[in-house]
Structures are given as C-alpha cells and as structure tokens.
Ligand binder design. Structure first.
Ligand SMILES: Nc1ncnc2c1ncn2[C@@H]1O[C@H](COP(=O)(O)OP(=O)(O)OP(=O)(O)O)[C@@H](O)[C@H]1O
Ligand SMILES: [Mg+2]
Length: 279
C-alpha cells in the first residue's frame, strides 16, 4: 500500500533539507511564481513548491484546475522564470530549455510544415548530428511508436493519437533524461488513451527515463505513477504525496483491486477537500 505523506499546510520557509536535490534527477526547491495580472493584480500561481524526482522515477502530479501544474512544468522546461526558488536537472540549474528535458504538452503541437520524420529529427539536427545518425534514431523511434509507414506524412494527415505518438517520439529523439508531460493524452478518446498509456509505460521501462506527468485522471495517475503528488488549489502548493506500490507491469485490471480503490479514494478525498475549500 502507498504511504501518505501529508505536506505541512504552511511550508516552513527556509527549511533546511540537507539531502534534498543531491541525488535527484529533478529538483524543485522552494519555487514560487507570481504572474503580473491585469490592472496591477498579481496571481500567485505557485507558493514555495519543493519536489525531488529520483532517477527513473515516474512521478505524477494531480490537482484542481488552475493550481499551477502547467506553470510548474513550464518553469522546469525553462520556458518561464520562477519568481523565487531554484530548479535543477541532474544538478544543473535550469534557466532555459535544453535537450536534457523532453516536453510533451497537450498544446505543444508538431511543426505542421515538417513531415513526421523531419519533426522527430528536429532536435538531433539542432544538436548537430550527422544525417546518418539522425536517420538511425528516427527509424528506431518510428518503429517504436508504430508509425514507420507514416514517416513522410505531414501532421495534418494524422489522427490525434498518431500526432501525440509523434510528439512523444520527437521528445525522446533528443534522448533527454527527463520527460515533462502535461496532460499529453487529455484530448484522446479512451481507447487511444489506453494504447498510449501502454506505449508510454513500455518506453519508460525500456529507456529508463525520469518522468514528470500531469493528469486530471486518477486512474491514469495510478496506472502510471511510482508516486502521486497532490497539489492544493491556488496558490499551488504540494498538499500530499502518495507512494504507489502497486505491482508492475500494471494494467487497468488493477482498478478492481482493493489497494487501487483505497488509493483512488484517498486522492479523491484530498482533491475534494481542495475544491470544497475554494467554494
Ligand atoms: N501567462 C499567465 N499570466 C497570468 N496568469 C497566468 C498565466 N498562466 C497561468 N496563469 C494563472 O496561473 C494559475 C495557474 O495556471 P496553470 O495553467 O498553471 O494551472 P493548471 O494547474 O495547469 O490548470 P489546468 O488543470 O486547468 O490545466 C491560474 O490561475 C492561471 O489563470
Ligand atoms: Mg494545465
């Protein structure tokens, strides 16, 4: 069963965590983010968030809409700068996007003017890899996502699920240590979503990536995660962490098991408290 570690409701600023971040693949330390809103109104999107993700860990974030999940992933991706606090990937401070982090975001679309092959090889090309090396990488990932036949197609000629598969391949082609995924399957029908979850688990097990994955779907969180981090409503804080000790390989058959149901109920209760408090 999972251990539930409740985060203190008011994080103690300046708390010394000597071990924090040392061996983490991804370390977020006391990060706050304030957006400048219109007419001088500020939005505190994240409030002193600290999170360490271990190498090869599959960490899932859930939380009410607007609690800052996407904001947090954008910061780690280096697409925005925190108001305060630090972030590091494999011990290196994050200030801009880099090939050490692969991104698969719901709205992070493929380049429509490039073919599937060109989309996947975009990163390796920017890294200066030779055409022969690139073509080896692209062929490997095309086979892995089952789209070898579609290499010369343009994104507009693909279904939503196929495009998301290409987006995953494009992120993996850079061989990033960390994969940042923001509701990557949110727009897919349930059958395609199930196929994509299986594909992602297979890739994660094979390539041993560190994954930070945002979802609204608790079943998906429990199917995928080693740990589920629950965030509180705005301003986003870490409310609780549950370690998910369900056996792997996992399938949705697990959803009928008492351990799964107990974890799901626990997460639903934590989320319900947040939504009730907001209203
Ligand atoms: N560029 C921005 N400028 C101002 N406020 C913003 C900006 N981006 C997000 N926000 C605000 O910050 C808060 C957190 O937004 P964010 O998109 O990170 O939430 P989220 O947890 O990803 O929500 P959802 O589950 O709906 O995707 C929200 O109140 C949002 O309105
Ligand atoms: Mg979001």
């Amino acid at each position: 069963m999972g251990d539930v570690i409740e985060a203190p409701s008011v994080p103690r600023a300046g708390t010394v965590r000597p071990e924090a971040g040392r061996s983490a693949a991804l370390s977020v330390s006391n990060v706050s983010l304030v957006y400048a809103g219109g007419r001088g109104r500020e939005v505190v999107a994240l409030d002193r968030v600290s999170l360490d993700v271990s190498p090869n860990e599959f960490c899932v974030i859930v939380g009410p809409s607007g609690c800052g999940k996407s904001s947090l992933l954008y910061l780690i991706a280096g697409l925005n700068e925190a108001t305060s606090g630090q972030m590091a990937v494999n011990g290196v401070s994050v200030h801009e996007p880099g090939p050490d982090r692969g991104m698969v975001f719901q709205g992070y679309t493929l380049f429509p003017w490039l073919t599937v092959r060109q989309n996947i090889e975009y990163g390796p090309k920017r890294q200066g890899m030779s055409a022969a090396e690139r073509s080896g990488i692209v062929d490997r990932y095309l086979a892995e996502i089952g789209l070898t036949q579609f290499a010369e197609h343009y994104p507009a000629m693909l279904s939503g699920g196929m495009r998301q598969r290409v987006a995953i391949a494009r992120a993996l082609a850079n061989d990033p240590g960390v994969l940042l995924m923001d509701e990557p399957f949110g727009a897919l029908d349930s059958q395609t979503r199930a196929t994509m979850q299986k594909l992602l688990l297979r890739i994660w097990e094979q390539h041993k990536k560190t994954v930070l994955f945002v979802t609204h779907d608790i079943d998906e969180a429990l199917l995928l995660g080693d740990r589920v981090v629950v965030m509180s409503a705005r301003p986003g804080r870490i409310k609780a962490e549950l370690s998910i000790a369900l056996p792997r390989p996992r399938s949705m058959d697990l959803a009928l098991e008492p351990d799964f149901i107990a974890l799901k109920r626990r997460i639903l209760d934590l989320l319900r408290d947040e939504i009730d408090e907001e209203h």
